[in-house]
Design a protein around this ligand. Structure first.
Ligand code: NAD
Length: 527
């Protein structure tokens, strides 16, 4: 949790929380523990941190175990103890438990979505989508229990057999962010389990409840004690201890590029495997032949869905000069209709941002954009903090900068808020150059009716994900997910490609000739 959110938590703790006009007694705030070796246990220090609703910080969602290095070590020990039995359980049997987990997630979907909106802020439709993604991931990946394909191949010597099989990497540490609080943990947890690994998961400090719900569902599904362990708390010490622990063979991390670099260095120090999913600065290109209304809808959804707090958010829109004026006018008009408020209200289009630090960072970028004369603020730009709907939450108006120069900070850096930058262009070639001209490489999109242009852009954009006539967001679980450059380190989650993160290949040679055969040395003749 950010320092600012902590400070607010302290202030909030002094007040009696209220909800729906009713006074809540402190006892109404639920306490949540770590899950270690199949037991729900307090942290070694007995401390807790508060999880606050970003739409109304008077609402304390829960008190969660504030984990220390000792807690992490206990969780790692539990995962280590369970590892051998879990590895030896046949993969189809492991998958049966996961199919059961999928059914449980489906049963509780509505409750989990509403918990998520309360702790994270995004609107109910989107949190329903987040839980659905976890469900899809669970069913899809559980199917791998009956595949986990390896391969056979000819050996170069006679009477010799060659094959390749997947083996689990061992004990996995999973470190996750707050913006997809159930989908992202599931993308890591489910493949890790089906592949035969045991795990310790450390969710983001702003959204531990959704991971608690996922882990509780694992318990209900009958996943054996010690196979899944959860420690809640801050990056330092909980995440840091997990990353540095000698028994953790793999760290799967999703979060900012800055933290990812720290995690990668710590893993390199002890030769641990490390898969990273990090920041983005995604782009929509709108060509002069595009269906403009469709492009506007895609931009609004991509830039302001989840209040712009998606790694795939459309934070840049590069628009051909021939349709630029029309596009900008329509976009601004549409953005001004968006209703900002509590995500639990069905009328809301755009929920709050996650915490006070996020407000400062995003408002800082809006100031940067306004200071430069190479851009113009065309919509939004303000924090909303007055009136009953906004006074106690972290709300920012959906914001559009136009006439932005590609090298400006607001067009280069990840803002992770409801802000987008519209950049004019003269041609597809120039648009692609601008689009590729950032340090990140997660997602890109083009709106055009011309198949040649669409394929040219598909071919020339150096990103992990590309869309045609659709926004930069909307990944499906059976396709690989991840990015190039500063977004990742070459791995892909989801799809079957995720199996390459959570397994290592073992090449096996079986010589049934009954004699010593030396590859590359002995001659094998036709006679
Ligand atoms: P963050 O980097 O602040 O935190 C991510 C996680 O790392 C949290 O659980 C945090 O506690 C932990 N952590 C912090 N310091 C650590 C340390 N020293 N050692 C180990 N763990 C540590 O990121 P965030 O603010 O939670 O998430 C937002 C970022 O995540 C954005 O940059 C966004 O683009 C990125 N993201 C990327 C993807 C993707 O798939 N590429 C998906 C979602 C979010």
């Amino acid at each position: 949790m950010s320092q600012a959110k902590k400070a607010l938590a302290k202030t909030a703790a002094k007040q009696t929380p209220t909800r729906g006009g009713k006074r809540l007694r402190a006892a109404a705030v639920k306490t949540y523990f770590n899950y270690i070796g199949g037991e729900w246990v307090a942290s070694a220090g007995g401390d807790f941190f508060e999880n606050l609703n970003p739409a109304d910080t008077r609402d304390v969602v829960g008190r969660f175990a504030l984990s220390t290095a000792e807690d992490v070590t206990r969780a790692v020990d539990a995962a280590k103890n369970a590892a051998e039995k879990w590895r030896l359980l046949p993969a189809p049997r492991r998958a049966e438990l996961l199919f059961r987990l999928g059914e449980i997630l489906l049963r509780y979907k509505e409750r989990f979505a509403s918990d998520m909106t309360r702790e994270m802020g995004k609107v109910l439709k989107e949190t329903g989508g987040d839980v659905q993604e976890a469900i899809d991931c669970t069913f899809y990946t559980a199917g791998e229990g009956r595949r986990l394909h390896g391969f056979t191949t000819p050996a170069e010597m006679p009477d010799k057999f060659a094959m390749c099989v997947r083996q689990p990497v061992g004990l996995c540490g999973l470190i996750t962010p707050w913006n997809f609080p159930m989908a992202i943990p599931s993308w890591k947890l489910i493949p890790a389990l089906v592949c035969g690994n045991t795990v310790v998961i450390k969710p983001a400090e702003d959204t531990p409840l959704s991971t608690y719900n996922l882990v509780k569902a694992c318990e209900e599904a009958g996943i054996p004690a010690g196979v899944v362990n959860m420690v809640t708390g801050y990056g330092d010490p909980a995440g840091k201890t997990l990353t540095g622990h000698k028994d953790v063979r793999l760290i799967s991390f999703t979060g900012s590029t800055a933290t990812g670099r720290i995690v990668a260095s710590a893993c390199a120090e002890r030769n641990a495997i490390c898969s990273l999913e990090m920041g983005g600065k995604n782009v929509i290109m709108v060509m002069e032949d595009a269906d403009l209304d469709l492009a506007i809808e895609g931009t609004v959804w991509g830039a302001f869905g989840t209040s712009g707090q998606r790694c795939t958010a459309s934070s840049r829109v590069v628009v051909h000069k021939k349709v630029y004026k029309k596009f900008v006018a329509k976009l601004v008009e549409r953005v001004q209709t968006l209703r900002v408020g509590n995500g639990a209200d069905p009328q809301t289009d755009v929920g709050p941002v996650i915490n006070a630090d996020a407000v400062s960072k995003i408002m800082g970028y809006i100031e940067v954009g306004q200071r430069e004369d190479r851009a113009r603020l065309a919509a939004g730009g303000n924090r909303l903090d007055t009136g009953a709907a906004h006074a106690n939450g972290f709300f920012i108006e959906p914001t559009v900068f136009v006439d932005v120069a590609p090298e400006m900070r607001i067009a280069q850096e990840e803002i992770f808020g409801p802000v987008t930058a519209v950049i004019p262009t003269n041609s597809l070639e120039e648009a692609v150059e601008i689009a590729n001209g950032v340090r990140y490489g997660l997602s890109a999109a083009i709106y055009t009716q011309d198949v040649n242009r669409a394929f040219r852009a598909m071919n020339d954009m150096y990103t992990g994900i590309f869309y045609v006539n659709s926004s930069t967001i909307g990944a499906e679980v059976h396709l690989p997910f991840g990015g190039t450059k500063a977004t990742g380190n070459g791995h892909r989650e989801a799809g079957t490609q995720v199996l390459d993160i959570f397994t290592e290949w073992k090449s096996i040679y079986v010589d049934y000739s009954g004699k010593l055969q030396r590859a590359q040395i002995d001659e094998v003749n036709f006679e």
